[in-house]
Each structure stands twice: as structure tokens, then as C-alpha cells.
Design a protein around this ligand. Structure first.
Ligand code: C2O
Ligand code: CU
Ligand code: CU
Length: 543
């Protein structure tokens, strides 16, 4: 699949002016040279695949560990959103905005049952996004995506932390082990905030996962995204009239198309697609399958060999690769076959590479050569569709007059205009429901994310789900003209968001909310905006 920018624009009926406006195209109109890059970098300054070394993600250490009155271990962390620089390109440094100035941000890794108190400080006084028309100050709201947080700690889009303020988020981490992530969620600023760098992984470990899967150096979180750059190395932003941000440089853990040295043994990868819009269809260049072991909400009931899979923004897949099959010196690439509606460039068909070394193999743990079949059951994967109380339909589409994306003809602006009272659904506390997530018109794909819950995908267009998505999920890839039926239980009272995770779609304005166990007009003890507001930051500046 190789959709060039020009083909896409032609197909979408955008004229030559729209195209000229894109990416500073200097080719005269009618020139048959296709746009093969989105960046404004000179050709010699463009990074190329497989020249950069792989870098593991940095870890964040708690600044305090204590035991509370109930004997629960509490770890306190602090991150400051601030301006920094990243070394992505061979010749230039790139200004970014990241947690502690780092892109991707520092990974938090905790044991299940540990309470985390994460202080997020907005150190962006006087900082503006590098892009054009955006002169607003930068407010933040932090969402721990994949964790059933209390509503006041869930990164509600209207629960803002302005420059010079901080908010302390409390996370119980009482769910099964999973690969999740924290990222910004501020109303209508989410795309710019996340694209600038405000995203990081967050791992919950437990005994079940430890007994089955590689740990430590062989448990490798990968954060994937795509970006484009200006001629001077700054990040370029273009959301193609709110349809998507399509970068021409693929980054893994902040490095373009990196190469990782691996031992001849089994590795576990936790692949997060943190792209704004791009979905991937990863596969190994050897043609051999990976072994899918976990989805968004943790372990699958059984592992599945998978040769390629669709991977939308915000989805996480954990898989095992057995490098003992390859002779030392072999290079195995993780490539991208793409999916309809993405805009592809010369090198967006490559992701990263692994070079198999003859280094001594660490066999100290039985997981070094195990591909376990039976993994772990979970509450959501055992849910019986017969217990569903009701079925709802969420229709995802664009209003072609206004160019605004919506869910059932409503938007987040409608929620705001209602004083945050309008809801799309109001399940009772503990109710099981079936939701039909449906696209039509124009054939777009929408990664639909439901906050609070893990769900089970029952079917796609009436057929069984793909092998790789037979595990707990919180994002459903709703492909062009697809109807995805999901089943879930709502176990926490309060208001939560539901939205498309193509971030320009989310910001413009494909987001709504649902309320669990609330009676309209009655006070909400967990009002997401007023319960735990941001406070003035008087802590000393950090390093
Ligand atoms: Cu990852 Cu509501 O988002
Ligand atoms: Cu979420
Ligand atoms: Cu969308």
C-alpha cells in the first residue's frame, strides 16, 4: 500500500492550493514528482533507516517511598512538563516539550497494588508551541491511559493545570499487570501537547506475568511515533485539515528507525503506538510470526502466533520474538505494511531492526526460550454476553459541512456547552453493556478509546475478532466501514470520556462522555473538575 500525499489530496478533492500549502512544497504545479517527504529538511539532513542505535526508555525513580496506615506501599513521583531538546536528527537538535524535558518521557514501573502519587507540574510559564497560529498558554491534563482511575484523576479534558500550577494524581494500580501510558489530555490542545512530547510509558508488573514472560533487559518497551521536521530541525506540525498528522520520520523511543543488538533468545516487546494518527501493520522481514501475549489491558488467555497486525494509535501489543532461530549477524527488521487512509512516505514502511549477536546468552531465567501457550484469564475476557443489560450504538463520522468529527452527531463542544452534563451513555454501577462502534462515510478508521474499562471485542462486522485482539482492550481499531461490537462492565462511579485516539479527530471534536451510576441533577462526589483541582506550584524548581 503506497498512498502518496498527492494521491490522497486528489482523492479527497483538495485543490492545488491545499497541496501547495502543505509542507512547503516547492515543485511547480503539474510536476509529476510525487511528494515523498513531509519534512522541510534538506535531503542530506533527513535521517535514514537503520543508522541510529536503539535506546531503552529512561526510568523514573520515586522521590519518596512510604507505607501508609493500611500497610499499602506508596511511591511518590514528580514530573515537570517543560521545554527541552531532543537529539533525533543527525545535524540539528529539536526543541520539545516533555515530562522532565524528555521525549519520550520517563517510564514509571510499579508492582501491582502499589499506590502511586504522581505530581505533574506545569513548568511551561511563557512557553508556547513552536507551531504557527497557536499563541495560547499551555494547559495540561494528565491521563493514565489503561488504568481505571477515579474520575478526578483521569485526565478529564476540562480539568486543567495551567502554567505555574501542579496536580497530584493518585493511582491504585490494583488491576492486573499491563503496559499503559500517561499522556496529556487537555481540551483542544491534546494533539499539540502530545506531539510536542508529553507522553510516556507506565508498566504494572505482577507475579502472573513474571512467571511467564521475560523481565529486565529482555522486557523491552517500545514507543513508536512519526514526526516531520522543518529545515532547521524544529518539529513541523500539519494536521491536514484535522484528518491526521502524517510524519515521514518513524521514531522508536525517540530515535529514527533504530537498530537494536539482541542475544539469541526470546525477547518480550511492549509496543505502544504513540503516533498522533498513523496506524501501522507491523511484520517481521523474515516472514515469521511474533507471539502475541498481551493486549491493552494485559495478558491474553492464550498466546497467538501473528504474522502481521493492525496497530492504531494508543493500542499496546506485547509480543515475543525468538531470536535463537537466527544465526549471529542476521538482521531482522520490523516493517510496516500500512493500512488504508494512512499517508505513506519513502521510509514509513520501516520501523526498526534487530541485529542478532553472538554475545553469551543470558539463560538465568526459564523465559529465555519459552513461548508459553496458556497465559491468564481475566474478568473481562470471561464476561458472558448474556449478562449485558443493554446495547448502544456509537456512530463515528465527520460532518462534511463543518469538517468536524463527531460521535452520534455530538461533539466535546456540546459537552462543554452543557456545563459538562451531557452524556452519551449512563450505565448503572456494575452494569455490563454491549457497544457497537461503527464507522461509515468516507472510509476512515477511528481508534475508539473508552476510558475506565477494559473491554472484550465480540465481533467485527459479525465475524470473530482478529487473533491478536483476543485479549483485554481499551482501544478498538474501527476500520473503514466496520462495526466492532465490544462488551464491558462499568465498575466505578462517575463521568469518563470516550473518544477517537486519532488526536486531531479528538481535538476536532470526536469526544464525548458517559456517566456511571449517576442520577442526573444529583451531586457527583467525583466531579472530575472540582474534586481535586490543580494547586499553585511553590515547590523549588527541579534540575
Ligand atoms: Cu490515551 Cu482519552 O486517551
Ligand atoms: Cu484512557
Ligand atoms: Cu477518528
Amino acid at each position: 500500500m503506497d498512498i502518496t500525499r498527492r494521491n490522497l489530496l486528489a482523492a479527497s478533492g483538495l485543490g492545488a492550493l491545499g497541496m501547495m500549502g502543505y509542507a512547503g512544497l516547492t515543485q511547480p504545479l503539474g510536476n509529476t514528482v510525487l511528494t515523498k517527504s513531509a519534512s522541510g529538511l534538506a535531503d542530506r539532513d533527513m535521517p535514514r533507516p537503520y543508522r541510529a542505535a536503539f535506546r531503552p526508555l529512561p526510568r523514573l525513580a520515586p522521590y519518596q517511598v512510604l507505607t501508609d496506615a493500611d500497610g499499602v506501599r506508596v511511591e511518590r513521583y514528580s514530573v515537570t512538563a517543560r521545554a527541552g531538546t531532543a537529539s533525533i536528527l543527525p545535524k540539528y537538535t529539536t526543541p520539545v516539550i516533555g515530562y522532565n524535558g524528555m521525549v519520550p518521557g520517563p517510564t514509571i514501573s510499579v508492582e501491582r497494588g502499589t499506590q502511586v502519587r504522581l505530581r505533574v507540574r506545569n513548568g511551561l510559564t511563557g512557553v508556547r508551541h513552536a507551531s504557527h497560529a497557536d499563541h495560547e498558554s499551555i494547559s495540561l491534563s494528565t491521563h493514565l491511559h489503561g488504568h481505571a482511575s477515579a474520575p478526578e484523576f483521569d485526565g478529564y479534558a476540562g480539568d486543567l493545570t495551567g502554567p505555574g500550577y501542579y496536580k497530584e494524581y493518585v493511582y491504585e494500580n490494583d488491576q492486573a499487570a499491563r503496559s499503559i501510558w500517561y499522556h496529556d489530555h487537555a481540551s483542544h490542545q491534546t494533539t499539540m501537547n502530545v506531539y510536542s512530547g508529553l507522553a510516556a510509558q507506565y508498566l504494572i508488573h505482577d507475579e502472573v506475568e513474571r512467571a511467564l514472560l521475560p523481565q529486565g533487559d529482555f522486557d523491552v518497551p517500545l514507543t513508536l511515533c512519526d514526526m516531520m521536521f522543518e529545515a532547521d530541525g524544529r518539529v513541523r506540525f500539519d494536521d491536514d485539515e484535522h484528518s491526521g498528522v502524517w510524519g515521514d520520520v518513524v521514531l522508536v523511543n525517540g530515535q529514527p528507525w533504530p537498530v537494536m543488538q539482541v542475544q539469541r533468545r526470546v525477547y518480550r516487546f511492549r509496543l505502544l503506538n504513540a503516533s498522533m494518527s498513523r496506524s501501522y501493520r507491523p511484520y517481521l522481514s523474515t516472514g515469521e510470526p511474533v507471539h502475541m501475549v498481551a493486549t491493552d489491558g494485559g495478558l491474553m488467555p492464550v498466546s497467538r502466533p501473528v504474522t502481521r497486525w493492525r496497530h492504531s494509535p494508543a493500542e499496546r501489543y506485547e509480543f515475543l520474538v525468538d531470536f535463537s532461530r537466527y544465526a549471529p549477524g542476521t538482521t531482522v527488521r520490523l516493517r510496516n505494511a500500512s493500512n488504508p487512509k494512512n499517508v505513506d512516505f519513502d521510509h514509513t514502511d520501516e520501523i526498526m531492526a534487530f541485529t542478532v549477536t553472538d554475545a553469551p546468552v543470558d539463560t538465568s531465567d526459564p523465559t529465555w526460550r519459552a513461548i508459553p501457550q496458556t497465559l491468564a484469564s481475566s474478568e473481562v475476557m470471561s464476561l458472558d454476553p448474556a449478562t449485558s443489560r443493554r446495547r448502544r450504538r456509537l456512530h463515528l463520522k465527520r460532518n462534511d459541512q463543518t469538517n468536524i468529527w463527531n460521535i452520534n452527531e455530538e461533539t466535546w463542544s456540546d459537552v462543554v456547552a452543557s456545563g459538562y452534563t451531557r452524556v452519551l451513555a449512563n450505565p448503572g454501577l456494575g452494569d455490563v453493556e454491549t457497544w457497537d462502534l461503527e464507522t461509515s462515510s468516507g472510509g476512515w478508521f477511528h481508534p475508539l478509546h473508552v476510558h475506565l474499562v477494559d473491554f472484550k471485542i465480540l465481533s467485527r462486522n459479525g465475524r470473530p475478532p482478529f487473533d491478536y485482539e483476543r485479549g483485554p482492550k481499551d482501544v478498538a481499531y474501527v476500520g473503514p466501514d466496520e462495526l466492532v461490537r465490544v462488551l464491558m462492565r462499568f465498575d466505578r462511579r462517575g463521568k469518563y470520556m470516550v473518544h477517537c485516539h486519532n488526536l486531531p479527530h479528538e481535538d476536532h471534536d470526536m469526544m464525548h462522555q458517559f456517566a456511571v451510576g449517576l442520577t442526573p441533577g444529583q451531586p457527583d462526589a467525583h466531579d472530575p473538575i472540582t474534586t481535586a483541582p490543580a494547586l499553585l506550584d511553590t515547590f523549588p524548581p527541579d534540575a
